[in-house]
Write a protein that binds this ligand. Structure first.
Ligand code: GCU
Length: 421
């Protein structure tokens, strides 16, 4: 028996080259364990949530559980100040207004700040606007030489090093425009939509530094296992960016969509859950710690993410390594916290690491909360739709063909969603 098991494991490993080549990772639907999920519409004391008023209380309870057990608690926000440091009135052949804005996160120019690149269409007085974080610097999303290169600590992959795009964790000129394939800014502007983007490392550098850098350093090391991790600090930074957008010319603050890919998709979901000013929340391939259900233990699991990225979550989350069933919440409840506002969950077929089916299940299982609040949710769908077939209304979902990435197909759907607000 043992021998047979070994053979089948080897066969399995050989056929899953796309699953990050990790034979210890389950990507076999037949091996997903049986589990029971917490009901978003039942209070912790077992009583039922029956009315929108009940939901307000259950929402607060659920938000507290996610903050205490998973993402950590952020400090209360101070009032920001901001400075427009660059304006190009005729950007993109005169179609757009480009601004760079320094947002002082605690209202103090000597304190932490982020640099926002804001591009808005001139065709619209107040444009619906995507608010986004980027992985490699604002200068990578568009090839304009006008865009300022970040000076904050920059993540550096082997490729970045080899190509000289990042040297000693500092961004370089040669990276200008190198991510344009993920950022169809021309199409966004031509659709009458604006885009704001921020290098996420401006808010907090993405490594386990024991609260010594970025925002964490400013607030000092808080005690206890409920203190915010990096995802919560990036989301907090998005809220401060939103503080600025609420007052920005050319932006419709009632139609701001928060967007993120991968770890930044986890971040956009937490931002959408914690900040009700975001009219639309978009999770692109967010996976574990984002839209994917923990209890499925498919692709990346809690233990794995806590081991590779110990700084992303609060220390309490470590309790759930290999004990997903002990979690008082699961990720469908994260989506439900966004109700009744619009949410878009997107998966990629080959992105088994992020568990596309688990992402879909979260989206559909949040639907009852939307319905309680008088919104259509995902429209009664219980089966994952065919590839490249967007579904849903206030909760929207698609799984597209291809890999972990952000593609034109994804953006076409997000544009439709933001235009429908
Ligand atoms: C890793 C990590 C994922 C994350 C991704 C990313 O693959 O395991 O959880 O989403 O990085 O952000 O690029």
């Amino acid at each position: 028996m043992k021998h047979l098991f070994l053979i089948s494991t080897l066969t399995f490993a050989a056929t899953v080259a796309t699953a990050q080549n990790r034979p210890d990772v389950n990507i076999d639907e037949a091996k997903v364990p049986k589990f029971e999920l917490p009901d978003p519409l039942v209070f912790e004391d077992g009583s039922a949530v029956k009315t929108p008023d009940d939901w307000k209380k259950r929402r607060a309870e659920t938000l507290g559980l996610f903050a205490n057990e998973m993402y950590g608690n952020a400090p209360t926000a101070a009032k920001i100040t901001s400075k427009i440091t660059k304006t190009i009135p005729d950007f993109m052949d005169g179609k757009a207004l480009m601004r760079e804005v320094e947002v002082y996160l605690v209202g103090d120019e000597a304190g932490p700040s982020l640099t926002m690149l804001l591009i808005t269409p001139k065709s619209v007085e107040k444009a619906p606007t995507f608010l986004t974080l980027n992985f490699s610097g604002n200068h990578t999303v568009h090839s304009s030489p006008e865009i300022t290169i970040p000076t904050s600590w920059m993540r550096m992959s082997g490729d970045d090093k080899k190509s000289g795009r990042v040297i000693k964790n500092k961004a370089q000129e040669s990276a200008r425009g190198f991510k344009v394939n993920r950022w169809p800014i021309e199409k966004i502007i031509d659709s009458g939509v604006g885009i704001a983007t921020i290098y996420y490392g401006d808010i907090d550098p993405d490594f386990d530094d024991g609260f010594k850098n970025g925002l964490h350093a400013h607030f000092g090391k808080p005690d206890g296992p409920k203190a915010w991790g990096s995802i919560a600090s990036w989301a907090w930074g998005l809220s401060r960016a939103m503080d600025f957008l609420e007052t920005a010319d050319g932006v419709d603050p009632k139609k701001v969509a928060v967007f993120g890919h991968s770890r930044l998709g986890k971040t956009s979901l937490w931002a959408g859950a914690t900040d009700e000013r975001f009219a639309l929340t978009i999770s692109n391939d967010s996976g574990c710690g984002g839209a994917a259900l923990n209890r499925r233990r498919f692709g990346e699991k809690v233990k794995r993410i806590n081991t590779s990225f110990p700084h992303w979550f609060c220390d309490n989350f470590l309790k759930y390594n290999d004990k997903e069933n002990d979690l008082p919440i699961d990720q469908h409840q994260l989506i439900s916290l966004i109700a009744p506002r619009m949410v878009y969950v997107a998966s990629a077929e080959e992105d088994t690491w992020a568990d596309p089916k688990g992402e879909f299940l979260s989206a559909t299982l949040a639907s009852p909360v939307y319905e309680l609040l008088g919104k259509p949710g995902i429209g009664g769908l219980s089966e994952q739709p065919a590839v490249n077939t967007p579904v849903g209304e206030t909760i929207r979902y698609h799984v597209r063909t291809g890999k972990h990435d952000v593609t034109d197909f994804d953006w076409e759907q997000y544009l439709k969603a933001i235009k429908s607000l």
